[in-house]
Design a protein around this ligand. Structure first.
Ligand code: 13P
Length: 255
């Protein structure tokens, strides 16, 4: 099954509007000769319309880092899927571990957010991953199983054709500790078979599964060589266009 590599940058709470626009413009120009890799950056909500406008017509697509599942209403401080779509975004990250850890995101809210995203025509990237304690207690697969099963509760595969999964072990995020190739391989194979069991082999074969957690130019090629790794969700190393382009052009890197 041919899955186009997908390299996404999560800019988290970094960069003001002008800083985000500068970096996005630079990235877009560096990406002009990239082939067969889908590229996405997720700036803050405030920068999203600015960045979306400045990369329009280039290889770079945009995404939001979160959404609220209600369509509209008295929900102070929140942003709806339709608003994100209207800002020019194609993607949205849902269930990032920082949202789960600091902002009370649960598998139930993740599920509602996924529904809202699909309804608005956004392509969600569902983020999952175990904590260090869960890994130490050998609960990695159990955790991932619950996050996928409960997050995708009630969906049928036809509704999920624009879904991307991102495996981000919490202990590897922003720590410089990348999961080993054996660990990543094992988890991605597990997720591929989970999607197959839960939906179908065809759906599983079509769905991209990204790895995230301290991805950098030095380790991206090795990670991308793992059979069931279809791309990367990059935090820190996506902030600098000169660094991020090396990850996007992973196929040029030496191991
Ligand atoms: P780092 O690449 O900084 O570890 O962050 C990963 C991440 O959380 C991407 O969503």
């Amino acid at each position: 099954m041919n899955r186009i590599p997908f390299i996404a940058g999560n800019w988290k709470m970094y960069k003001t509007g002008p800083e985000a626009v500068d970096a996005a413009k630079k990235l877009a120009s560096l990406c002009s000769d990239v082939k067969d890799v889908e590229i996405m950056i997720a700036p803050t909500f405030l920068s999203l319309p600015l960045v979306s406008a400045c990369v329009q017509g280039t290889r770079v697509k945009t995404g939001a880092q979160n959404l609220y599942f209600e369509k509209e209403g008295a929900f102070t401080g929140e942003v709806s899927a339709d608003m994100i779509k209207a800002a020019g975004a194609e993607y949205v990250l849902i269930g990032h571990s920082e949202r789960r850890q600091y902002f009370g995101e649960t598998d139930e809210t993740v599920c509602k957010k996924l529904r809202a995203a699909f309804h608005a025509g956004l392509k969600p990237v569902l983020c999952i991953g175990e904590t260090e304690v869960e890994r130490d207690q050998e609960k990695t697969f159990q955790t991932l199983d619950k996050q996928v099963s409960d997050g995708l509760k009630g969906f049928v595969s036809d509704e999920l054709k624009d879904l991307t999964l991102a495996y981000e072990p919490v202990w590897a995020i922003g720590t410089g500790k990348t999961a080993s190739t054996t660990q990543v391989d094992e988890v991605h194979q597990y997720l591929r078979s989970l999607l197959s069991r839960r939906f179908s082999a065809d759906f599983s074969g079509r769905t991209r599964i990204l790895y995230g957690g301290s991805v950098k130019p030095e380790n991206v090629k090795e990670l991308m060589n793992i059979r069931d790794v279809d791309g990367a969700l990059v935090g820190g190393a996506s902030l600098d266009p000169d660094k991020f382009i090396k990850i996007i052009k992973f196929y040029l890197q030496e191991i």
